[in-house]
Design a protein around this ligand. Structure first.
Ligand code: DQA
Length: 142
């Protein structure tokens, strides 16, 4: 099972254009290419999916169960609201590492709470695009 899933939630497709002070100038494509190159070096394959729709993210998590070594997931704004995503992560046995590009704890109070993190294997916050690579590294070396 030498496959890893990179999953991104709402507005992550706007990276490079949106709020550059928080999210930098890199694009989602840059992240997918960089993580893909890293995992390939270790003999892993990367699948990537991004959606702005909660239900599509839930369906993707369900389908991913047992298929991947691990899932790197930035649930974006759904992090702070979605019990349904928490339950979807909880319902699968494949480990999920939650990633946030920005340091959500330095931002508005509503970003300080993660509904999804308690169901996750780990969480990486505030390290920019590097966070995705570190999450991949965790699954590769695990
Ligand atoms: C984010 C942080 C969330 O609060 C925000 O809604 C996002 C991106 C991050 O990667 O820093 O869309 O998940």
């Amino acid at each position: 099972m030498k496959k890893i899933l990179l999953l991104n939630g709402p507005n992550i497709n706007r990276l490079g254009k949106r709020e550059k002070e928080f999210y930098g100038t890199f694009t989602l494509e840059d992240i997918e290419n960089d993580v893909g190159a890293l995992v390939q070096k270790h003999g892993y394959e990367l699948d990537c999916f991004q959606s702005n729709h909660e239900g599509e993210l839930i369906d993707c998590l369900h389908k991913a169960d047992g298929v991947y070594k691990g899932i790197i997931f930035n649930p974006a704004a759904y992090t702070h609201t979605s019990i349904a995503l928490h339950d979807a992560i909880q319902s699968i046995s494949t480990p999920v590492i939650e990633v946030h590009i920005s340091n959500v704890h330095q931002r508005e109070a509503f970003r300080h709470v993660s509904m999804t993190a308690p169901a996750c294997h780990g969480q990486i916050v505030g390290l920019g695009a590097l966070g995705y690579q570190l999450a991949a590294q965790a699954f590769i070396t695990d």
